[in-house]
Design a binder for this molecule. Structure first.
Ligand code: ATP
Length: 274
């Protein structure tokens, strides 16, 4: 297999400086992202939490190279993002699996662009399926898999290329509550091994608080980051194990999401660190 696909990510720093994004509206360009500065340090797990339409996906798509900022810069390991790159993997809410390929076939197909041999693609696909607990389902078609299993295949497909940066856009939004919890546990376990830099977009405050080391809260019109919470890397990550810091952080974010533009920020609850 090509060396760059074997290496455990040791970098993957994302630096965003003054990035603004406009979309074309019926009456001209509309700003959807205010000038944004954001650094995702190597191996960190960051949640982006905010209401619908505040620009979370837009920011994620810009880091992925799908959307070009109208101003500012986005760099991954010092290199400007000019388009999609194998170093940056993306997992969406929609699994986007080909129904005519097996789980293994879907991953092998995605790996074709990396110039691997057929045997290398197969080995990488089986390894990634084992990582997400689906080794025994390699020859199963998507139509025979549950929603959670399909999303595990989609995650395996992205992990198989060993991206340095993993962008996840509401990946578990379509799953039931119980499956989401097991996906959270799986993701944290897998990320411990990969050490990729993760940006996780979610509406769900609890999901962000359980998974991330750091959470950014966004507000809309135009989208901007209005608060950052340091959550601590070495805490118990489970909604079953809430502590006072968790509750304070949750109250803080819920307050911000309810916060009207004209309310003074000083009236909001104080943040807490785990
Ligand atoms: N291709 C596009 N062209 C024009 N406007 C767009 C386009 N994509 C998104 N928008 C607009 O940009 C704003 C931000 O959308 P975006 O999808 O980034 O928000 P979001 O916070 O991810 O929302 P959600 O949580 O509902 O997915 C919205 O007002 C949306 O309507």
């Amino acid at each position: 297999m090509a060396a760059n696909l074997h290496d455990i990510a040791t970098s993957g720093e994302v630096v965003i400086q003054g990035a603004t994004i406009h979309y074309q509206g019926p009456n001209g360009p509309v700003q959807v992202l205010s000038a944004t500065d954001l650094t995702l340090s190597s191996g960190s797990f960051t949640a982006l939490i905010g209401p619908s339409g505040c620009g979370k996906s837009t920011l994620l798509n810009a880091i992925a190279g799908f959307v070009r900022p109208s101003g500012g810069t986005i760099r991954v390991d010092g290199r400007p993002v000019t388009g999609p790159s194998p170093e940056v993997g993306v997992v969406f809410q929609q699994y986007a699996l080909f129904p005519w390929f097996t789980a293994r076939g879907n991953i092998e197909f995605a790996l074709k662009r990396f110039g691997l041999s057929r045997a290398e693609r197969r080995e990488a696909a089986l390894e990634a399926l084992a990582e997400v607990g689906l080794h025994g389902r390699a020859e199963t078609y998507p139509g025979q898999l549950s929603g959670g299993m399909k999303q595990r295949v989609a995650l395996a497909r992205t992990l198989a290329s060993k991206p340095k940066v993993l962008l996840m856009d509401e990946p578990f939004g379509a799953l039931d509550a119980q499956t989401r919890v097991s996906m959270h546990e799986l993701l944290l376990r897998v990320m411990d091994a990969h050490r990729s830099t993760v940006l996780f977009v979610t509406h769900d405050v609890d999901e962000g608080l359980v998974l991330a080391d750091r959470a950014h809260v966004m507000s809309a019109t135009p989208g901007r980051i209005i608060d950052t919470l340091e959550l601590g890397e070495r805490r118990n990550r489970s909604v079953d194990k809430v502590d006072t810091a968790y509750i304070a952080n949750r109250n803080r974010i819920m307050g911000l999401l309810r916060h009207r533009e004209d309310e003074p920020a000083a009236a909001l609850p104080r943040r807490a660190t785990a």
